[in-house]
Design a protein around this ligand. Structure first.
Ligand code: S3P
Length: 436
């Protein structure tokens, strides 16, 4: 496949109303839980990005009949029940998707059949011991390669038992993995998290009639229950909206509204951080859709100032740091990010890759072990590389809004993992990005 690069002309004034694609985390879970529910689950607003499509294909490969998605993002899942999955004929390739492999490792460790889960170049470098260790404590048999990375080889038929697990890192993927294995375990499984992480698994399992007990920082599930099919309306992904929240904040004379965005409080760190930097962000028409809070978000240009990002907000904005670093580069003064070492094990090492890219376009950015120090000022322009990471590609697209000359971003095919039609929406908003 030929490489796709983005070329972004400097400047641009953002305006208009847009709906960015569906939430990736919620889309993945809608397929997984719909697949093992009793009855038929209807999903609307499903993200037609490669990551969530990989989850969908995986469950089809395990015998689940799934119709769609059609152009409106409608998916119908004919659930096979908690024990109805079948052995796939071959290795399941989950592409770039960390959420798919980590959640599925938990869900599949309680099945009667063997399965192998693999991924692309980026996923094959990501740490999996964080899921295989708690799964081993539960009695599951899940092997990694020698370096603790995919492929994951799961041996079926293991007797799984509940555990009480104190998670060493703030990770919704690890929490979800253990809770999903807990559905197949004997007894009760509890997870304690060191900081609040996204709670879509807990909310959606409850919506499917499988109770998850939650007290602050601690989630518990009893094994041996069943899920009942339901309808899921997937809101627009705040992590995709984030590019435009920053874009409209840093561009001149911008005024945009992002429609129907999920504002689950475990995901809104980006709004809190941008507001601390002086951004003009208003939540309009707040409502609750299918157990998830949703709003339209109006953003206007603002003079941002550098801040010390509060560490408690880091897990609540964990996917938004690439574009937050761009906001910091446009702010007046210094921004310091600490407590964000998890960024080093995302689709790329987002601390190093962003620091390298920011320096390449003339920004004073210094990578630290657990974050970055950025001195706001001007952005010159230049050539950067996405390093197999969709959010790096989109973050540098926004940087061009304040650049003095073109920004060329190499290898942007990966944007399709989370944001199909990014170019179309960005162009309509007023960003001069094209593909070359
Ligand atoms: C996700 C959790 C986060 C996030 C990822 C999606 C999820 O990962 O970075 O994009 O859907 O549970 P961690 O839980 O590893 O931080």
């Amino acid at each position: 496949m030929p490489q796709i690069d983005y070329i972004v002309k400097p400047g641009g004034q953002l305006s208009g109303e847009f709906r960015v694609p569906g939430d990736k985390s919620i889309s993945h879970r809608s397929i997984m839980f719909g697949a093992i529910a009793d009855g038929t689950t209807h999903v609307t607003g499903f993200l037609q990005g490669e990551d969530s499509l990989n989850t969908l294909r995986a469950f089809r490969a395990m015998g689940v009949e799934i119709d769609g998605p059609n152009n409106q993002g409608e998916v119908t899942i004919h659930g096979v029940g908690i024990d109805g999955l079948q052995a796939p004929a071959e290795t399941i390739d989950l592409g770039n998707s960390g959420t798919s492999i980590r959640l599925m490792s938990g869900l599949l460790s309680g099945q009667s059949f063997d399965v192998v889960l693999s991924g692309d170049r980026s996923l094959s470098k990501r740490p999996m011991k964080r899921v295989t260790e708690p799964l081993a404590l539960m009695g599951a048999k899940v092997d990694t390669d020698e370096g603790g990375c995919p492929p994951l080889r799961i041996t079926g038929g293991a007797a799984i038992k509940g555990i009480d697990y104190a998670m060493p890192m703030a990770s919704a993927q690890v929490k979800s993995c253990v809770l999903l294995a807990g559905m197949y375990a004997e007894g009760k499984t509890c997870v304690t998290e060191p900081a609040t992480t996204r709670d879509h698994t807990e909310r959606m399992l409850n919506a499917f009639g499988y109770p998850v007990g939650t007290t602050t920082g601690r989630m518990c599930i009893e094994g041996g229950g069943r899920l009942t099919a339901c309808d899921i309306d997937v809101p627009a992904d705040i992590s995709s909206a984030a590019f435009f929240l920053v874009g409209a904040s840093i561009a001149e004379k911008a005024d945009i509204t992002l429609q129907h965005v999920g504002i689950n409080p475990t995901r809104t760190g980006i709004i809190d951080i941008l507001k601390l930097m002086g951004a003009s962000i208003e939540l309009l028409n707040e409502r609750v859709i299918g157990g998830e809070p949703v709003a339209d978000i109006r953003v206007r240009s603002a003079a941002l100032k550098g801040i010390n990002v509060p560490e408690n907000l880091v897990p609540l904005a964990i996917d938004e740091f690439p574009v937050l670093f761009v906001a910091a580069a446009c702010a007046q003064g210094k921004t310091v990010i600490t407590g964000a070492e998890e960024l080093r094990v995302k689709e790329s090492d987002r601390i190093q890759v962003m620091a390298d890219g920011l320096q390449a376009i003339g920004v004073d950015a210094e990578a630290t072990a657990d974050g970055m120090i950025i001195q706001g000022g001007s952005i010159k322009g230049g050539r950067v590389h996405s390093r197999d990471d969709h959010r790096i590609a989109m973050a540098f697209t926004m940087a061009a809004l304040r650049a003095e000359s073109d920004i060329i971003i190499e290898d942007c095919e990966n944007v399709n993992t989370s944001f199909p039609d990014f170019i179309g929406i960005a162009n309509r908003a007023g960003i001069a990005v094209s593909v070359c």
